[in-house]
Design a protein around this ligand. Sequence first.
Ligand code: NAD
Length: 270
Amino acid sequence: MKIAVYSNLKEASNRVSASLINKISKSNSLEIDGQNPEIVISVGGDGTLLSAFHHYQDISDSIRMIGIHTGHLGFYTDWRDYEVQELIDSLEDDNGQSVTYPLLDIKVNYADGTPGDTALALNESTLRQINGSLVADVFIKGQLFESFRGDGLCISTPSGSTAYNKSVGGAIINPALNAIQMAEISSINNRVFRTLGSPLIISPDEWIKIVPNTNARTILSCDHQVVSTKTISSVEYRISSRRIAFAQYRHRQFWHRVTNSFIGEVDSGD
Ligand code: NAD
């Protein structure tokens, strides 16, 4: 089985990567292949896994990801740095077991008529205005839903719902659900301006289109990257037909990961 090791180049990650590469090169059934891997092991944190996903995005349909964390426990990185041998044993016994999560399709059109861009997000996309408030019409499935005024909008996947979306008051969605969520970033709500004021979740047959006020200079992001700062005429968000796959050698319940990351030890009170 061909394996790529993608590291964030920090000292602790370099040590883990070196140990992984050493063990893989000694294995009879595993080999290192950074070009056409079947498995991509990211070594670092969630940010490293996001970078690894985007690095291998074009072949993401044929790979499975694994995250080893060398810092704080991550959402996508559920192997610990001292579990390298256990991971190698699991890779050698691999029988294709995986779990897949939804991704977000982003399609942007520019006001100057230059060709639009597409992007694929694992966590989320945000649309914010460079100066002042973002003023934009929001359409759901082609119907005007609301006129938004505020800092911006955050459209996230279920697995990204624990990231930026959570900070702006969005709900946490189990990635077993095929859905995307829109959350407001500091909307202005008074007698003049009115938005829903709460996050909303759309189903697979729906899509969200945001049309900013003419000439607004916006920042459109996709995960940790800026997609564009050009003046956009519209941006459309849909649940992608593509999904990210993770090799799943042991079962980690999603809600257990949420408790672990955000709440810590829970005292049952007994
Ligand atoms: P970063 O270094 O700023 O780290 C952001 C934090 O988000 C890290 O602690 C990381 O572990 C965590 N994170 C990333 N994805 C997560 C997920 N799916 N669930 C729970 N936590 C997650 O940036 P980075 O490491 O390059 O990650 C980029 C991500 O940071 C963006 O996709 C966005 O979701 C998040 N972010 C959050 C805020 C915020 O909460 N106010 C602001 C900017 C970016």
